[in-house]
Write a new protein. Structure first.
Length: 307
């Protein structure tokens, strides 16, 4: 038996609970891991709220929270290739196993070995934030010297996008609240505080001819404010708000396979995709970790150290 943090039904934070569960049995195409570090993401509370379908693997309640983790392989299901017992790995719990737990199952095709020299904490941030950053910038395909606006730069994905964009020699302008300024500016972002400035006016002053690309992580009214700042609406890519297509933009095309995980890990080793980890919580403090992300009070990436 091992401890896990999850939810007994769909709803708000009140449905969350700690519970014990037997080690999951890896099914076909799955690996059982001992979790070392789990990443915390906005997607976690959206799944708990029942707002995202298809990622629970049909598992009964109570369900474990969390979508990404780094750990050590304990057992292999059928038809698992390229991974062995004892391997240090990181990846996605795409079949509903959750990651806020002492042990869990990851989808083997969406899991990769942690390369030597990369910490488990950094590896645990790559499945969501790291690969998303790679995907949006590959999709934009901007040349060195181009301008990109990262709308909502302060979170884990936003800072990963910004850091990778700076590494690609793009000129990066980012929007966020005042508390997100320090981390953004530290990696070379020209920061616009949306609580103190007119975002559209400030952005036009910095880039009068319009942006070569926009990565939106805020959605809603904020997306509709920044979308007209692009020189071409097709260069507006949203990570969370699919209504971007109504504005002529595109939704991010995600690649969550092993190849993209391995690529993200190499970029992290080279310092080109360095996640900003701002908080490390023990599993016993998982409620506070998720609450901080759900309430938007965090800058950078929050992780849970399980083992």
């Amino acid at each position: 038996m091992g401890q896990a943090w999850g939810f007994g039904r769909y709803g708000g934070p009140e449905v969350q609970e700690f519970f014990d569960r037997p080690d999951p049995v890896p099914g076909r195409g799955e690996v059982l891991i001992r979790v070392g570090v789990a990443g915390v993401n906005p997607l976690d509370h959206l799944l708990r709220s029942g707002l995202v379908d298809g990622l629970d693997g049909g598992r009964p309640f109570p369900r474990v929270l969390g979508m990404e983790a780094a750990g050590t392989v304990l057992a292999l299901g059928e038809d698992v290739n390229g991974l062995q017992l004892g391997d240090p790995v990181f990846g996605f719990a795409l079949t509903g196993g959750g990651t806020y737990a002492e042990t869990t199952v990851l989808s083997a095709p969406n899991t990769a070995r942690i390369p030597e020299g990369l910490s488990a904490a950094v590896a645990a941030t790559l499945p969501v934030a790291g690969t998303t950053a790679v995907d949006v910038l590959d999709q934009l395909g901007l040349p060195a010297g181009a301008t990109v606006l990262v709308n909502g730069v302060g979170g884990g994905v936003g800072l990963a996008v910004a850091r990778l964009a700076v590494g690609r020699e793009l000129r990066v302008i980012g929007t966020g609240s005042a508390g997100k300024r320090e981390h953004a500016e530290a990696i070379g972002v020209r920061f616009i505080d949306y609580t103190a400035e007119d975002v559209a006016a400030a952005a036009r002053e910095l880039v009068p001819d319009g942006f070569d690309g926009i990565v939106d992580l805020a959605g809603g009214a904020s997306l509709r404010t920044v979308a007209p700042l692009a020189r071409d609406p097709r260069t507006v890519i949203a990570v969370g708000d699919m209504s971007v297509t109504d504005l002529g933009g595109r939704f991010v095309e995600r690649r969550v396979d092993r190849e993209n995980l391995e690529r993200s890990a190499r970029l992290a080793l080279d310092g080109l995709l360095a996640p900003v980890i701002t908080a490390v919580h023990p599993l016993s403090d998982a409620p506070a970790a998720l609450a901080a992300v759900e309430n938007g009070h965090t800058s950078g990436k929050v992780v849970i150290k399980v083992a």
